[in-house]
Write a protein that binds this ligand. Structure first.
Ligand code: C2E
Ligand code: MG
Ligand code: MG
Length: 263
């Protein structure tokens, strides 16, 4: 706890960005912001090793505020430099604790305003378990959307997923958990798994939810998802999470920079 607070104060906490690719034109459409702790002796520490603990202590509220402000600021620079249509987006993870934080709505509206972000390009990712069985939180989600954020349901398909959540929760985007892409011993995705995924993608699209698949690790994964009607993919096949400066290089490499800067 003390180490983590100290890490925040001494700029050891960083945000990495993992590209999210649009299948229709293979262009980078946006990024997911992911926390990293650059520890002076232990090297780069992944969120699995400090997020759960910070949720218990409440430090996640401070960490989450940092992630939101930094990601929104980086996005505003990219949107100004790369004038793409549709504009780049950034997705920031939000824990249940942050959703319950009374100061969060003000933080969000202030962040969106200050950075003059294009409408709907700041996305908040929330897991199903963070909002399940809590009607107050559903109402809170509706208000967050009213403040200009888009909402993504993270890790859909893990834990107690329920299809009624498609109907009842105000999400714009569904992120399919990487477990959907798990292959059998022969390297193929089973026929039943194929049908389940196809049905979920079809249902999501019929309900006007955008579908992002997580854990895309191969060209086969990407081709298969695209054939099922999935719109976006994220995973090591496209890129691991990148430092902010590598992110800039990545955008420039994947878009026509001349077109982006001539306007
Ligand atoms: P997540 O939001 O589901 O993020 C996706 C995770 O999958 C990331 O792990 C990412 O590095 C990993 N990943 C990406 N592509 C692939 C792939 O092709 N294959 C596989 N096997 N994994 C892939 P990461 O960065 O370690 O983050 C883990 C979790 O920590 C995130 O899961 C998210 O729940 C949480 N987290 C990260 N940053 C924040 C934050 O700012 N706030 C909160 N509340 N949670 C965060
Ligand atoms: Mg996420
Ligand atoms: Mg996820």
């Amino acid at each position: 706890e003390a180490d983590l607070r100290q890490a925040l104060d001494s700029n050891q906490i960083e945000i990495f960005y993992q590209p999210i690719t649009r299948f229709s034109d293979n262009a980078v459409a946006g990024f997911e912001a992911l926390l990293r702790w650059r520890h002076p002796t232990k090297g780069l520490i992944a969120p699995a090793d400090f997020i759960a603990h910070s949720e218990e202590t409440g430090l996640i509220v401070t960490l989450g505020r940092f992630a939101l402000e930094r990601a929104a600021n980086d996005l505003s620079h990219w949107q100004r430099y790369f004038r793409l249509s549709p504009p780049l987006f950034v997705s920031v993870n939000l824990s249940r604790r942050q959703l319950r934080d009374p100061g969060f709505e003000e933080l969000l509206s202030e962040t969106v305003r200050k950075n003059a972000l294009a409408q709907g390009t700041l996305t908040l990712e929330v897991t199903e378990s963070a909002v399940a069985d809590d009607s107050n939180l559903t109402a809170a989600l509706v208000r967050l959307r009213g403040l200009g954020a888009s909402l993504a349901m993270d890790d859909f398909g893990t834990g107690a997923s329920s299809l009624s959540q498609f109907r009842d929760l105000p999400f714009d985007i569904v992120k399919l958990d990487k477990s959907f892409l798990r292959r059998q011993a022969d390297g193929a995705i089973g026929e039943d798994a194929n049908r389940v995924l196809h049905s979920i993608i079809t249902l999501a699209r019929d309900l006007k939810r955008t579908v992002v698949a997580e854990g895309v690790e191969s060209a086969e994964d990407a081709a298969w998802l695209a054939s099922l009607g999935c719109e976006f993919g994220q995973g090591f096949y496209f890129s691991p999470p990148l430092t902010p400066s590598d992110t800039l290089t990545f955008i420039a490499r994947h878009h026509d920079v001349a077109a982006a800067t001539s306007s």
